[in-house]
Every structure is written in C-alpha cells, then in structure tokens.
Design a binder for this molecule. Structure first.
Ligand SMILES: [Zn+2]
Length: 92
C-alpha cells in the first residue's frame, strides 16, 4: 500500500496532520468554531482525510457501543488472581 504523503497546498498551510488531529479531537466534541471551519474546509479538498475522518468516527462509535454493552470491570476473583500472579512474579 502506498504510504500516505503529507498534502500541503501551496495556498493553504493547514495540512493533513492538522486535519487528522482535529478530526480525532472532533470526536470528543471539543472543536472551536475556527477549528471546525479549518477541518471542514480541508475535508472538502482532501479525500484521504475524508476517508480517515469517516473511519475514525466508525471505530469510535463501535468502541463506545461495545464499551456500553459490556461491563469491562474485573470481578473481585479475577482481581485477586491477577494480584497473586503479579506478586509472585515480583518475587522472582
Ligand atoms: Zn488531508
């Protein structure tokens, strides 16, 4: 697979690195108005970042759904067993 290159447009200094950072940050709902504008403008002109942004949203949605559906905390028995293994390995 061809490695994704940094696409910087001569007339616009906001690049793909900035866009992927903002696309990830957007999933937490913390973009400022100007960041949203910059990201959306970049997504219009860059198919790679559009693809990344869509994939990132899907992955986060799946992860959140899975996290909410399953109780991922360890049971007391598992915690004690894990604690025992760690303690035994620390003695070695
Ligand atoms: Zn891009």
């Amino acid at each position: 697979m061809e490695e994704l290159k940094e696409h910087k447009h001569k007339w616009y200094t906001f690049g793909c690195k900035d866009a992927t950072y903002l696309a990830t940050k957007a999933d937490y709902g913390t973009l400022t108005f100007s960041e949203k504008l910059q990201l959306n403008f970049h997504l219009i002109i860059c198919k790679y970042c559009r693809y990344f942004s869509a994939q990132n949203k899907k992955i986060n949605r799946l992860f959140r759904a899975s996290y909410e559906k399953n109780d991922l905390t360890l049971s007391l028995n598992k915690k004690e067993a894990l604690n025992q293994v760690i303690t035994e390995n620390l003695k070695k």
